[in-house]
Design a protein. Structure first.
Length: 512
């Protein structure tokens, strides 16, 4: 099946005709920063945190429950394994991490949309994981596969979004043991941007690899990274067998994993910034080291999903100064390990895409840019602490990602940017609207929102006095109406359809 797909892709007339008639939507290249990273930790603080993380691994250790294979690998590597507890000698985890690559090129099926994760780059991907969706018409409800497909289409058409993501919402109308097949199929056929694989069970990770073998070719998958996947650590310091099983599948097949603690400060980590960073570093060192035990050189991304907690209600809080300090500090630690870094996103605890959502999201997005994040999951669409994927907020956030691109450019200082000719031309008391420099540069001088309203009051009032959520609703409707599916070789499409049908027929439905 995959062999015939590769032959067809190599020069079939149907594929060429499909490519000629396809409509391609503009996507900005991933961000390449020309601004410095913001660093909050001194050299002394970094060394203290690194020493403390080594002490955690050596003296306290981490748990690998229900995973005898992992325990055997650790024992062979020189760790002290007692039951499911693994104590890692000082320096061993860091030594193992040294074989992980410092940058990862994730290949898209449209090669113009490949992304390079690491260095001074920033790749933006949408919200991941919510079981609910919200829009102005239907309110808050359980997500369906139709909702999922709409989000993939919006992601494909969003200029400033580089990546299609993974579980942009959890389609609850599809059996748990089969929905990963439909989600991957949607990413592969409704978009041509890079995407993420399934991690909810090792066999589903293998399905992801096998489907990529159809889309890209089996040999190509083994030699190139075509998927990124999210491997969460059960903080504090527990590596469950399901996630580690998925990690093993991806590592063995040369596919990238984001190895990321999921920490709510005060509940799953200490309340202090330094204490949380110590635990984050210990957990990521252990997880990345394990990936290298499975396959030295396996591509990995050091993750840090960290938020604080409201000590009155117990609810997670977002966009806070403490979360920013941790995000900045974790970026410094990742760079000292020479590893790509994942963190930040359009985080908010708000129930609606309102002022609270805007404040918290803006804080979170900007700290991600300034902290040196290389892969930003949840860059658009996140609502209600990650329980909800919001259609309106998706397009609101995706529009604002353009500001990150422009901020990251830095300040140009060439002859044109100095604008001395304009200053001389206008002189005292004049204006710059009609001068030659303005006429030459006005089209690209300023970032322009495709969503927000800057019209005079009278025009705004005559057009219905719409707020931002209303404008976003209209934009969602227009984008979905304008959507056109990217070309895909019909032979590959048929092979993907057949694989999904075969795998679904192989086992009964399960919703647990």
């Amino acid at each position: 099946m995959a062999e015939s797909a590769r032959r067809a892709r190599g020069g079939g007339g149907a594929a060429r005709r499909a490519a000629r008639t396809a409509v391609s939507f503009e996507t900005a290249r991933y961000i390449e920063r020309n601004i410095p990273n913001f660093e909050v930790l001194t050299e002394e603080a970094l060394e203290i945190i690194e020493q403390n993380a080594d002490a955690v691994l050596e003296e306290i250790g981490v748990n690998f429950p229900d995973n005898p294979e992992a325990l055997a690998l650790w024992r062979e590597a020189g760790a002290d394994v007692q039951g499911e507890r693994v104590r890692i000698p000082r320096g061993l985890a860091r030594k193992l991490c040294s074989t992980a690559p410092s940058t990862i090129t994730q290949v898209a099926r449209n090669r113009d949309r490949d992304v390079v994760i690491g260095g001074r780059n920033l790749v933006l991907a949408p919200v991941y994981g919510p079981p609910f969706v919200r829009d102005a018409a239907g309110g808050r409800r359980y997500a369906t596969m139709a909702d999922f497909e709409k989000f993939v289409k919006l992601g494909y058409m969003s200029k400033w979004l580089h990546h299609s993501g993974g579980t942009v919402c959890e389609p609850t109308d599809i059996p748990v043991n089969k929905r990963h097949l439909d989600m991957l199929h949607a990413h592969m056929t409704l978009s041509d941007k890079p995407f993420m694989g399934s991690v909810t069970e090792p066999s589903r990770a293998q399905d992801s690899v096998d489907m990529c073998g159809i889309l890209f070719g089996k040999d190509f998958v083994q030699e190139n990274t075509v998927m990124t996947s999210l491997i969460n650590i059960n903080s504090p310091m527990t590596f469950d067998d399901v996630m580690m099983g998925a990690l093993k599948v991806y590592a063995e097949n040369n596919q990238a994993c984001i190895i990321s603690p999921f920490i709510v400060g005060g509940a799953m980590a200490p309340v202090s910034v330094a204490g949380t960073l110590t635990q984050v570093l210990a957990e990521t060192l252990a997880g990345i080291a394990y990936s290298q035990l499975v396959r030295p050189g396996a591509p990995v991304i050091m993750g840090a999903f960290v938020t604080s907690i409201d000590m009155n209600s117990g609810a997670p809080t977002f966009g806070t100064p403490e979360a920013a300090h941790i995000t900045y500090g974790a970026g410094q630690l990742a760079r000292r390990l020479n590893l790509p870094y994942r963190s930040a996103g359009s985080f908010t605890g708000s129930k609606l895409p309102d002022a609270q959502a805007a404040y918290e999201t803006s804080n979170s997005l900007n700290m991600g840019l300034l902290s040196g994040v290389n892969f930003m999951l949840h860059a658009c669409g996140w609502l209600e602490g990650g329980l909800v994927s919001s259609f309106e907020k998706f397009v609101m956030d995706a529009d604002q990602l353009g500001t990150l691109h422009h901020l990251a450019r830095g300040v140009e200082i060439d002859v044109n940017a100095q604008a001395m000719d304009a200053i001389r031309e206008v002189g005292p008391g004049g204006h710059y609207l009609g001068c030659a420099h303005t006429q030459s540069n006005f089209r690209d001088a300023f970032w322009k929102s495709d969503l927000l309203d800057y019209k005079p009051f009278e025009t705004w009032s005559d057009e219905g006095a719409r707020d931002t959520q209303s404008l976003a609703t209209a934009r969602v409707e227009k984008m979905l109406a304008d959507y056109q599916q990217p070309a895909l070789d019909p032979t590959i499409r048929e092979a993907l359809d057949a694989f999904v049908a075969t795998r679904k027929a192989a086992e009964p439905d399960s919703f647990s």
